[in-house]
Structures are given as C-alpha cells and as structure tokens.
Write a protein that binds this ligand. Structure first.
Ligand code: ADP
Ligand code: MG
Length: 274
C-alpha cells in the first residue's frame, strides 16, 4: 500500500531524524550514537574532518545503509519501512561521487530526477521542474553535452540539478561545493537558503566552515563518528572546539559586516615573502 504524500510541513517540524544511531562497516565502528533532527525550513550544515562519518550519516538519512542499532526516521517512520519509490518522492540525494556509465546528456540526467513521479499526477510538472532545476544549477549552457565530457565542477552542478528536479521536501547534498569555483559555491548555498525558505529541509556536507557560518541555520560537527556539537553557527563554531576537532589551531573572528563567525586556520611559515 502506498502512503499518501504528507502536506508540506511547517517550518521547524522534524522531517528526518537519527536517534542513537550506531553503524559499523567492515567490522569498524563508523557512527557511534548520533542523534540529530533535520527540520523543515532549515539549512543544516554537516561538517567535520575527513573520515568523521559525514557521508555515512547522509547515507543513513537516505535509507541506503543497514543500521546496527538506533533509528533513522523519515516523517517519524523508520526508513526501513519505506519502499524505494516512496523514499524517492520524499527525499533527493546528491552523492559525493556521481558515476554515470552510459553517454547520457546533461538534460537526460536531470530528467532522471523525475523518475519517482512517473505515472503520477505530478508527472505533468516534469518539463517545468527540469527547466527550473537546470536554471538554478546553471547547467543550461551545456545541457546537450555528454556528462563524461564535463569538468568536475560542471558534473557536480548536473548532479545537483538532478536532485533539485526531484522536488522533494528533503534535500541531502554531499559536498556539493567541493569542486566549484567561488561564484558557484556561493550560488549553491544561496540556492540551499532559497529552498529552505520554501519550507524544504536541506542537509549539506561542507568542508568550508565559512560557508557553513554564512549560510547554515544549524551546524552539526561530526568527529570520529560522534556528534561533537550541533546548533546555530555562532554557538558551535568556536575556536576551542574547532581546534580540537580538526587538530589544527584556528581563530574565530566576527565578520566585519555581518558579525557571523569567520574561521581562520593558524598558519606556520606564512607571512610576508621577502
Ligand atoms: P566522511 O564523509 O566524513 O569523510 P565517511 O562517512 O565516508 O567519512 O567514512 C567514515 C569512515 O568510515 C572512514 O574512515 C571510512 O574509511 C570508513 N568507511 C566507509 N565505508 C567503509 C566500509 N565499507 N568499510 C570500512 N570502512 C568504511
Ligand atoms: Mg564524505
């Protein structure tokens, strides 16, 4: 039996959550008791060192990983209860590595984001959804190119467009800005904010702590599979915590224009060149 799609949730309502989540992979403990709420109308940045468990947590929120103990919930129900199509109607994912083995064009790949709606009343909106997603992710200039011919940054924008075309209320993005230039990085975060303003929940894995500080409502810091902190950027992005989690001394200063935290790594051997 297929569940009815819920009405759009009010801002602040939990869309997805993990509770005391433990995941082991290859015999190793990867996530160790993580509890986190993903709420409608908010951008949640997931940060932390390489290997901290960010992608694993995102996969758990997608329902793509078996859980050892604890819960991963979508609309209050364990993800294991949802069928693939039901999940695809409710959450869209952009993975860290997009592998496309056939010579599909950009437009064809974005169109794949509409697959969950095939045969439903919402298929009528396919064309508009694809066009809007391609415009937002700025892929129109190369929409007829084959995916494999694109640069890393262009590929990332196509993967983002595909996720946007899906038009679900939960958007899970794994390092969407990693290969992007400065302009497109800011674009993606502005886009995340706009999606959140429509009532969507956006989870975005970031390495750039200043992007997290500038755009996220909440920042979750993962360290060694545990949640080191979660809260508004000004509360959790502190010099003490970041220096400890990243094992590198950082300074945090208020942004001269906005007052948001600006994170500066301490540099040894840097300074005026002779
Ligand atoms: P992040 O995205 O924060 O960089 P990941 O969630 O990808 O980290 O991975 C967390 C840790 O789990 C890493 O140390 C990674 O090597 C390890 N890991 C991921 N998948 C597996 C697996 N299938 N078997 C064993 N270890 C894994
Ligand atoms: Mg990762």
């Amino acid at each position: 039996m297929r569940r009815r799609l819920p009405a759009r949730l009010d801002p602040g309502t939990t869309i997805a959550a993990v509770r005391e989540l433990h995941i082991r992979l290859g015999g190793t403990k990867i996530l160790d008791g993580v509890t986190l709420d993903v709420t409608a109308g908010q951008v949640l940045a997931l940060v932390g060192p390489n290997g901290a468990g960010k992608s694993t947590l995102l996969s758990a929120l997608c329902g793509d990983l078996p859980i050892d103990s604890g819960q991963a919930l979508l609309y209050q129900e364990p993800l294991a209860h949802w069928s693939a199509v039901e999940m695809a109607m409710r959450r869209a994912v952009m993975l860290q590595q997009a592998t496309i083995s056939f010579p599909f064009t950009v437009a064809q790949i974005v169109e794949m984001g509409r697959a969950p709606w095939s045969g439903t009343g919402r298929a009528d909106a396919d064309e508009q959804a694809i066009r809007t997603a391609m415009t937002l992710a700025d892929v129109i200039p190369f929409s007829e190119r084959v995916f494999s011919s694109l640069s890393g940054g262009e590929r990332a924008r196509v993967s983002l467009a595909r996720a946007l075309a899906q038009q679900s209320q939960l958007l899970l993005l794994d390092e969407p800005t990693a290969a992007l230039d400065l302009h497109h990085q800011e674009d993606v975060l502005q886009l995340a904010r706009r999606q959140a303003a429509t009532g969507d929940a956006v989870v975005i894995v970031l390495h750039d702590l200043n992007l997290a500080a500038g755009y996220a409502d909440q920042v979750a810091i993962l360290s060694n599979g545990q949640l080191a902190a979660c809260g508004p950027p000004a509360e959790v992005l502190t010099a003490e915590l970041l220096s400890d989690v990243y094992q590198h001394k950082v300074e945090v200063w208020p942004h001269p224009a906005t007052g948001e935290p600006v994170i500066l790594p301490q540099r040894q051997g840097a300074g005026p060149r002779r």
